[in-house]
Design a protein. Structure first.
Lengths: 257, 288, 288, 257
């Protein structure tokens, strides 16, 4: 985790801002990062404009090394192409850049995630008669397959962090610690889940995500209650360093411009 | 060999009821004007193919043009759901929509296979997912050299591929640049193709990620300025992000949706008419 | 992450005896200077990979650097045979050369598979040919959807890929344009890469078929003006076709060949020295 | 075959010029043609600058629609890229443009060809101990596989038109009229062999190439004698129309400039 810097924290920030800042801190300089729409793009660009100026952002629209000066509302805005080191076709971005194993970190959102980091972005309810039809897979299954590691971000509630997924769109650690090897998934899979309440890290021994950090103002009990499975809690739970003034001003400048 | 024509004539001639049609575009250069024209001409039973179906596919579905959709991510990027798509899948409104869903990597491999004249493409993906269970067009293949098991997906070969490009030259060659998505593959995998361009130029300039499609792989070219609106054409316009949020409440309500489609699509005769029918502030900031 | 260095340092650091090395280039942008440097440093037992091995591979073979060659077309384009290659294959001079041969389409599919992180690629080819009999790296695979039988070829993953490009920027990004062959794939499929550039620029301009390789997929960049000579760098030089015909009688005679290599490669310390050692009329018309 | 035009023939031309002109006449306007080095490139460009201005030339170096103003000595000269409608990567030219079945006519040379249009460009003698090591396959096997039809050009002598190939580099019609279908080769295969002595056309019924035309000054007996197999001769053998003045001047201007 990057040092948050010496600037003192400020008092007012939203839990979404805390989540974004915590995600940005996961990226160190030089990391090659496959960036999805929304929070991942915000977090990666926050890292790029603060602690990790040489982070490389790859967008599935084919933009490699984009350096946008404002937050693009989609993953295919003109600013991403204009500021990229290279722009390539979409088949190439998935074959030559993602599948090849060149990406260190993939960011994924989720409608549902389970204790092993498996992800559902397809349906709530039965597939053939869904309660809520979600957008579907997009780039996620192969991001989960091929990135060096995956960071999952989502808002924490029992309908999102669930005991059992309605549909497995993207594989985290399957059902057991050996599942990825058995399925031929080369990346290490999800290692971190960052929510608006805290940070969960994958523990290979118990083969599930364990609460390791709570955000300022959040109690461990809150997080346990907001989780749909019996959440394991680390022996020592840290308190996430609050967003610094530098982080917040960079985030707000970037998102607002 | 490319012929210059109107969009309306191109749709009338090349797209038939029951066709498999790919209107491709990856955020950039989405052929909205072509989707509207398909709606105006009342096509039915289409199989709609696209990696990222967005508002224009939602409109085609809501207006009852589609029998099936083949896709990998269906949403209103940055704004929310495709409510007409959801209504079709969740409640069979206006009628049942068959779906065949893949991941982006799988769809890209399918287009590549189609453009390459191969029956299938391969990728490392789908293993362990429920997609592999519910989508019959996901298969498996073993590497004859290493024994690794990989996913196989059948080639896409749409009847008609429709894309937007920035320019055509007078010989009918087409050029697009910036984010070019799978548009080259959509044209090269399709039996016929329609290209909407911003303008006709005497000659092309080199561009970042410039893609030129020679005239002889294109069937029809129509000059439709701002044809991608509310999407955009790099160096001609900006993405009208406000339209995507404006659309969210309209699409949520089927009545409001139908009224809007009546007023802005069915009651207009072409894309210029459509653009004129919109509130000026929705258009002018991004599309001049 | 790309480091700027000299060609001699890059070869010394990255290319080792016994390595699988691809010096790629398709008529245009052939890394002649890198081949000469490998000869100067006396590398041995290399497996040389290239679709179109030409004079520079002939020189590497004649000088005893190669144990094996993986290729699809070995000739002196427009001028004749590769006599040192033929001497190795026909008479084991200077020693036996193992060969593994494919078609262009097969080699391209192998590089694509390597760049894509796949163990193999597929193509419609080789059926009924004797290539399929004598080349063990040609296999077969059945389409799980149509039952069609297709050829399969294993991925290429060289230890080092070496290419020429026109430009690097100060951050170490590399740009090449014009005929770019399989150079992107050669770099992306290799474990390490060396890029020779004509010059370093502040920023790139859009170019026809412009390919940019970001700094983080390149290991070493060396500025070597006219590095492709007698091949060329579009917008910097023209192909020195006269060299290819000049070379024919030299390469035909092993004695003349060795003398020429002594004088022009071994006795010079770098590419500038090599160019100076040549008769002026061979160089000046095409490479200024 | 294109009409040679009204201009009267001139007296002096070489047999290679006759061969090139005859090959050029095979290309009609709008034909998409995959062009190899040497005679094919000369013939295709001759057609383009005379009878078939809209012929589309594709070079395996990735140049599509090149319109060179002089004969390039290689298939990758700068003039081919500078005058192309599009330039693409080599993997793309083979996958999206050739294998896809978009090319009407492929031109192939040969060191050896047999009566069924099978081609050897690999070795003379035994593969593992060759008398002459030839350049190898290049693009030929897949040109022979995927083009609508193939035209073969080579100089006529018994060591080139042989009873049995030393090596099958590229498949013409295999051993029997059904071979292409059985092997899954979608194109119609070689239909014409043009030599410096005459023109042979593939006859599906007898499953071999038949002499249909001799060049001016060549006797049928000369051609039969210069062929390494028992050459079948058509009932009526035409005489090839001699190169016209227009054709010759275009050829010489193009090749010489």
């Amino acid at each position: 985790m990057a040092e948050p810097g010496a600037t003192s924290a400020v008092d007012t920030w939203t839990s979404d801002e805390m989540m974004t800042v915590a995600a940005a801190r996961e990226l160190t300089n030089g990391t090659v990062c496959f960036v999805g729409i929304g929070l991942p793009s915000t977090a990666a660009n926050l890292a790029r404009t603060t602690s990790a100026p040489d982070v490389v952002l790859i967008y599935e629209s084919g933009c490699i090394g984009s350096k946008p000066d404002h937050l693009p509302p989609s993953i295919g805005d003109g600013v991403l192409a204009r500021t990229a080191d290279a722009v390539v076709a979409v088949p190439e971005i998935f074959a030559y850049w993602l599948q090849s194993g060149r990406v260190d970190v993939g960011f994924l959102g989720a409608a549902q995630v389970d204790r092993r980091g498996n992800i559902n972005t397809t349906v709530v309810g039965d597939y053939h008669s869904p309660t809520v039809r979600l957008p579907g897979a997009g780039g996620a299954p192969e991001i989960a397959t091929s990135c060096g590691r995956v960071i999952i971000t989502l808002r924490h509630n029992p309908r999102a962090l669930v005991e059992k997924l309605d549909f497995v769109t993207s594989v985290g650690h399957g059902d057991d610690p050996d599942a990825r090897r058995r399925l031929g998934l080369p990346g290490a899979g999800p290692q971190t889940i960052i929510t608006d309440l805290g940070v969960l890290r994958y523990d290979r021994v118990v083969n599930e995500f364990v609460l390791t950090s709570v955000h300022p103002g959040v109690e461990v009990a809150n997080v346990v209650q907001a989780t749909g499975w019996r959440l394991l809690v680390a022996e020592t739970v840290a308190q996430t360093v609050a967003p610094t003034g530098d982080e917040l001003s960079a985030l707000r400048r970037f998102a607002g411009s | 060999m490319a012929r210059f024509t109107t969009l309306s004539a191109a749709v009338a001639e090349l797209i038939r009821d029951g066709d498999v049609v790919a209107l491709e575009g990856f955020t950039h250069l989405i052929p909205f004007a072509a989707g509207h024209e398909i709606i105006r001409q009342g096509r039915r039973d289409l199989t709609l193919v696209r990696m990222t179906p967005d508002i224009i596919y939602d409109q085609l579905i809501g207006m009852g043009c589609a029998r099936k959709m083949i896709f990998s991510w269906a949403g209103n990027p940055g704004a929310g759901s495709l409510h007409r798509f959801r209504d079709a899948v969740e409640h069979a409104v206006p009628h049942l929509l068959e779906i065949e869903e893949h991941s982006h990597a799988g769809m890209a491999a399918r287009y590549q296979a189609g453009a390459s004249g191969l029956p299938f493409g391969i990728l490392r993906g789908y293993a362990g997912t429920d997609l592999a269970t519910i989508t019959p067009t996901i298969g498996w293949i073993t590497c004859p050299f290493t024994g690794e098991n990989l996913a196989a997906v059948p080639a896409l070969r749409p009847d008609v591929g429709v894309i937007c490009a920035q320019q055509a030259d007078r010989d009918g060659n087409v050029m697009l640049w910036g984010i070019t998505g799978v548009q080259k593959e959509a044209v090269l995998s399709s039996k016929h193709s329609i290209v909407l361009v911003e303008e006709i130029v005497d000659s092309f300039s080199p561009r970042t990620n410039g893609v030129v499609l020679p005239a002889w792989v294109v069937d029809a070219i129509a000059v439709v300025p701002s044809g991608p609106y509310p999407s955009y054409a790099q160096d001609y316009s900006e993405r009208a992000s406000s339209f995507y949020t404006y659309w969210e409440p309209i699409s949520r309500d089927r009545g409001a949706f139908l009224e809007w489609m009546d007023q802005h699509v069915l009651a207009t005769t072409n894309h210029a008419g459509f653009l004129e029918s919109l509130d000026r502030e929705l258009v002018v900031e991004t599309h001049g």
